[in-house]
Ligand binder design. Sequence first.
Ligand SMILES: Cc1ncc(COP(=O)(O)O)c(C=O)c1O
Length: 361
Amino acid sequence: MSPRAKGSEYMEWAKTRSQARFNLASSGVAELPLAELPVRLEDLELTGPSFYGYPPLQERLASRAGVSADCVVAATGTSMANHLALAALVEPGDEALIEEPVYGPLVDAASYLGAEIRRFPLRSADGFAVDPAEVEKALSARTRVVVLSNLHNPSSALVDDETLRRVGALAGRVGARVLVDEVYLEALFERAPRSAFHLDPERFVVTSSLTKVYGLGGLRCGWILADAASARRMWRLNDLFASVPAHPAERLAVVALDHLEPIAARAKALLDGNRAALQRFFDGRSDLEVGRLGAGMIAFPRLRRGSVDALCRSLREKHETTVVPGRFFGRAEHFRVSYGCRPETLAGGLERLGAALDGLG
Ligand SMILES: Cc1ncc(COP(=O)(O)O)c(C=O)c1O
C-alpha cells in the first residue's frame, strides 16, 4: 500500500505558483466584488444558531437542490465537502476508485483517509468520456466509493445521466457509493441537469459549492447531498474537523442565494464571451489538440510537440502568464487553461500563450 498523502502537491502549487498578471491557472469565475452583493449591515451578525447547519441556509440549499434539509450537509467549500463525504464513506484499507485524470486533492483526501487508491482512465481521444466498462474492470469487492467529477476537471466533459446510472448500477453490485463532485455542473446554467443525487439517493453522494460558477469563492459556501443517515454521519464527523462555520459567511451566503439570478447571469455572459474567444484561439493553433469547447470554464489541450514544462516555464518567466501543467493530472503532455477570468486577462494571457507556443520552435 502506498503511503498516505499528508498534503496536496497541486494545492500547494496553486497557492504559491499560480499567481500571475495573466492568471489562466485559477479555475472559477472572476470574483464578484462585495459591493455588487446587495447586502446590508443588518443582514449580518457575528454569531448565530449554527449547529448542524444554519437553518435559513439549510432551507435555501435544500430547496435549490429539491431535497429535504436532512439530506444537506453544509461544508466549507467543495474541498471540505469532499473530505467529509470521503471520510464518511471509506475506512482505512477500503478501495477508492477514482477517475484519471482528476482534480488532485480528491485523490489526496482519499489517500489521507487511508483508502487504497485505484484509478480508471478517461481518454483524451474519447473526449474524456466516462466508460462504464473501465469502471467495471477496476471495481473490486473492496471498492467502497467510485469518484468522478461532473463537469470533469480538467476537461469540462459532461457525464450524462445514462452513464451515471450505469456507473451507479456497477457500484451497487459491490455495495459501493458513487461520489460525484459537481462543483462545475451549474456552469451549464439553464441547461444544467439535476444533480446525480436524484438518480438514486441511496447510491449517489454529491458535493458542490457556490465558489466556482458564481465568483463567490470567498464565501466558502459548499454542501454535500447524501441520504439522511449518511448526512448525519457527515455532520458528526464535521464536529471533529470544523465544528461550526464562520457565521458572517453563512449570512452572506443566504444573501447571495437570494440574489443568485443576476449573479448567474453575470457569470454566464462572462463565460460565453470568454469561451468564444478561447475557441477562436484554439481554432488557430495546429500545435494544440483539443475538442470543441462546450461548457464550463476550463479546457485541457494536448501539446502536439515540445515540452509542457518548458512552455509553462516560458509563460511564467517571460510572459507573466500561468496555466496548470498537465503533470498535476498525470498527463504531462497536456495543460489546463481556465477562462473564468476577466476578458482582458484572457485576451492578454492568450496573446502571451500564443507567443510562448511560437517560441517553443
Ligand atoms: C473538481 C473540484 N472540486 C473541488 C474544488 C474546490 O472547490 P471549493 O473552492 O468549493 O473548495 C475544485 C477547485 O478547483 C475543483 O476543481
